[in-house]
Design a protein around this ligand. Structure first.
Ligand SMILES: Cc1ncc(COP(=O)(O)O)c(C=O)c1O
Length: 462
């Protein structure tokens, strides 16, 4: 069961500006899908009614952030907004060196470079996000996911389904002397936005220290993770989200952050760490790829909006509302017996496509088929975290399918109202009644790495 939550208290903000959205006709959407090669990434955003493709870069900024844009100092080096951002990141993370980047994946790329990852090494995570995995694997390093087994069962409850299996981590390190980095993703996006406990971060930290392995947080959703700790982990209910976040970072050697999530901005990221050697390597490298280390591919105004967003995201009123919004949607679906991943995560409600569409085998992409059906019938855009994104071929060229076949309904921050969520819930419940009519898909173009972005499909049997 989700937490009982049939009502949704009003948001702790009111609306100052509106952006019109329009529902197209069924006929239009059928044509749009055909033209898009049945890939929801190819659908023009204007033709989407409710866009739950991602919570990344889709936040509504506050009046405080928008007014900060006017104060952007666009000097090439050492602009004043960098110092504002630096002081806030230092306060939250406790790290000395703060390096802005244009988004999370460039932070990942720079950290991989600085750590000298190569084909002889192994990187370990609870679960790597797809861009992190791609950054690691594209240089030949092996990427291992060691999330706890409960994470792979959508119907059992666990307070911290994003936790890393620390025994498996010890075993892996004991069997391999070449583990070069441990990265814990908070919250675990790939596993449905599930949180990681402070105790687990501490245990992983002790193992990393014992074996002298650098330990980083992928901190894209650090504030949401901190709020789960406050609600669920014994001993932290009286701590502020900031204090919990500070504790989370204190056990690690550094972090990479896609600020497009809990930075409450539309673009941006950063790296923060203490190690002078790593810092120098990143600084030298980034002038070739990102820009000077005080702007890292961002405008001064972006740095200011991010500094302000990082303050706002730690507001307890905001985090409580965000949590309740997700619980509300999850609860509406769970009450209607729609198979979802339980408990509900921090930024997304996830449909279990294998249980929603049991008549479609993983080789015919049930998760993807569900995303197509939701768009075709209701104009709702979601994303598959399943066989298109994660299936791979083993050394015998056989396809290995992921344990989870999810359709993620990622909720943008401060964007949609309860009425929008009700439309989404009603649509999914209605679609479930005629689910047997949904067909699988054949992939007609497979681009390889990160294939969900560019793959093309045809419906089977049409
Ligand atoms: C956990 C996690 N890490 C890294 C990234 C990559 O960040 P970006 O999209 O800013 O490159 C994402 C993006 O969704 C993410 O969810």
């Amino acid at each position: 069961m989700t937490n009982a939550n049939d009502t949704l208290p009003p948001p702790p903000f009111k609306i100052k500006m509106v952006e019109p959205i329009k529902l197209t006709t069924l006929e239009e959407r059928k044509n749009i899908l055909k033209t898009a090669g049945y890939n929801i990434f190819n659908i023009p955003a204007e033709k989407v009614y409710i866009d739950l493709l991602t919570d990344s870069g889709t936040s509504a900024m506050s009046d405080n952030q928008w007014s900060g844009l006017i104060l952007g100092d666009e000097s090439y080096a050492q602009c004043k907004n960098f110092f504002h951002l630096q002081s806030i990141v230092q306060e939250i993370t406790g790290f000395e060196f703060v390096i802005p980047t244009h988004q999370g994946r460039s932070a990942e790329n720079l950290v991989c470079f600085a750590l000298n990852l190569d084909e002889t090494k192994i990187a370990v995570s609870n679960q790597f996000f797809d861009t992190t995995r791609a950054n690691i694997e594209s240089i030949g390093t092996k990427a291992h996911d060691l999330v706890i087994q409960e994470a792979y069962n959508t119907s059992i409850y666990h307070d911290f389904k994003g936790n890393m299996d620390s025994n498996a981590l010890e075993d892996l390190i004991n069997q391999n002397s070449n583990v070069a980095v441990i990265i814990v993703t908070v919250t675990n996006n790939t596993g449905g936005g599930q949180p990681v406990s402070l105790q687990n971060i501490k245990t992983v930290s002790n193992i990393a220290k014992k074996h002298k392995i650098p330990f980083f947080l992928d901190a894209a959703r650090f504030a949401e993770n901190a709020y789960f700790i406050k609600l669920r982990e014994k001993g932290y209910s009286d701590f502020s989200p900031l204090q919990i976040a500070q504790k989370m970072f204190s056990y690690t050697d550094g972090c990479m952050m896609s600020a497009k999530k809990d930075g409450l901005v539309n673009i941006g990221g950063f790296i923060a760490l203490n190690d002078t050697n790593l810092y120098n390597r990143i600084k030298e490298r980034m002038v070739i790829t990102e820009g000077f280390p005080t702007y890292g591919g961002l405008a001064g105004r972006d740095l200011e909006a991010l500094a302000r967003g990082l303050n706002e995201v730690l507001s307890e009123d905001y985090l409580k509302y965000r949590y309740q919004q997700l619980q509300y949607l999850g609860n509406r679906l769970d009450t209607a017996k729609i198979p979802i991943l339980l408990p509900v995560g921090g930024h997304s409600v996830n449909l279990d496509a294998r249980r929603y569409l049991p008549h479609i085998s993983q080789s015919e992409f049930p998760g993807w088929a569900l995303t197509i059906a939701l768009y075709e019938n209701y104009g709702i855009r979601t994303v598959e975290l399943g066989s298109v994104m994660f299936a791979h071929q083993n050394e015998y060229q056989e396809w290995v399918y992921p344990d989870l076949e999810l359709v993620r309904l990622a909720i943008p921050r401060r964007v949609y109202s309860r009425e929008h969520l009700d439309y989404v819930a009603d649509s999914i419940i209605k679609l479930y009644k005629s689910k047997d009519r949904i067909k699988g898909l054949k992939m007609t173009y497979d681009p390889g790495l990160l294939r969900h972005f560019n793959a093309l499909f045809e419906p089977i049997g049409e």
